[in-house]
Write a protein that binds this ligand. Sequence first.
Ligand code: NDP
Ligand code: MG
Length: 398
Amino acid sequence: MKITTDGECRHVAIFGATGSIGRQSLDVADNLGARVDVLTAGSRDVEFEAICRRYKPRIAAMSNTDAASRLKTALADTDIKVYGGENGVESAAYEADADNAVIAISGMAASAPMMAAAKSCRRICMANKEAIVAAGQLLLAAIRDGGAELIPVDSEHSAIFQSLQAGRKEDVAKLILTASGGPFFGKKRAELEKITPADALAHPTWLMGPKITIDCAMMMNKGFEVIEAMHLFSMALDDIEVIVHRESVIHSMVEYRDGAVIAQLGAPDMRTAIQYAMTYPTRADGLAQRLDWRMAKSLTFYPPDTESFPLLALAYDAARRGGTYPAVMSAADEVAVGKFLRGELDFCDIFDVVIETTQKLGRSGDVTLDEIVNADREARVVAGELSDRIFAKRRGAV
Ligand code: NDP
Ligand code: MG
C-alpha cells in the first residue's frame, strides 16, 4: 500500500470516470494537481476514450467487454493498459496503488472494485450509495479489513463527517440530514399523479445524474441517505433525523449532547465534498462558487411529508428490518425509476412498485454478500414484472 502523509493527494484512481461524480472528480484531481493513474467506466467507450487520452492513466478498465475491446483498439497507439469485464475493473482496483480511490460507480457493481481498492489504496472516497445501502455493514468491514480509510463523498455525509470533527463520537446526540425536498415539495399525492420525467428531472438546487435526481424528487434518495448514515457513522436509526431545507445551503448537521448543533454550509457543488474527501484533514483552494453572505437570504426548515412521499418511511422500515430489505428496496427503485424515465411507468406507480416488492421479497436476519446480490437480482425481476403489469393495466384503462 502507498504510504503518504495525511492529506497528500498525488495519485488518484477514479472508478466510474464517465459519470457525473467521476467527471467532477477529474476536475478536482486537476485542481489538486494529482496524477490520475487508474480510470474505469461501464460501457460508454467513446466518452471514456476521450477521458483516457486527456489523462493518460496507467490502467483503463471497462466492465462491458465489447466496449473494452473497442477501447483497446482505439488506444493501441498509447501505453495505457486496457482491461475488460467486471474482473478487469476489479483487477484495475487491485493494481490501483493510489492515495485516493474515488468510488463513483453506480449500483451494486461498485462492491467488488471497492473491496479490491481497499487493499491497494490508502483511502476510499465513497460516492456510491446503492451498495452501501444494500450491504453497508459487510462492505465497510471489508474496507476496514483491506486497510484503507473511508471518507464519505455524498454531500450530506461529507457535511456530517466535517461536523463530527468538532466533538467526540460518544458526545453525539443526533445526526440531522437536510433534504431540498425536490421539485414537488408541498404537493399532495393527487397532484403527483401526472408528473412527467421532465418535471421530475428539474431539481431546484443540485445538478446530478437522472436516476439520483428522480430519487430526490421522491425523497427515496433521503431514505437511502439515512441508511448510509446509519452504516457510515454507526448511529442508531432513531438518532438520525431528516428535515427539509429548501435552499440546500446547510448540507447536514450534528447535534451534540449539550445541545450545540454544528453544521457545514456552502454552495451546492459536489466538488467541495469530493475534494474534502481527497485532502482530509487538510483543505485546498476549492472550485465551488462562494456564498455571498451580504445578499439577503433566508434559510427555511420543514418536516418531511411522509404521507405524500412514502418511500422515506419505507427506508426507515427497511433499515430497521435489516437483512435483505434495504437491498430489495434499492433494486426495485432502480428498476421502477428506469421504467419511469422511459415512459413505461407513472411517477406514483414507482412508490407502489418499490413498496410492494420490498414487502414481498425482503427477509430479516444475518445475510451474506452473495445472498444480498441474489436478493438484488430477484428484486429486479419481480419489480420489472410488477411495473409491466401496472403499466399494461393503465394502458388498458385509457
Ligand atoms: P452516473 O450514472 O452519472 O455514473 C455512473 C458511472 O458508473 C459511470 O462512469 C458508468 O459508466 C459507471 N458504471 C455503470 N455501471 C457500471 C458497471 N456495471 N460496472 C462498472 N462501472 C459502471 O452516476 P453518478 O455519477 O450520478 O453517481 C455515481 C454514484 O454516486 C451513485 O451511487 C450515486 O448514488 C452516488 N452519488 C451521486 C451524486 C451526484 O451528485 N451525482 C451525489 C451523491 C452520491 P458508463 O458511463 O460507461 O456507463
Ligand atoms: Mg446526497
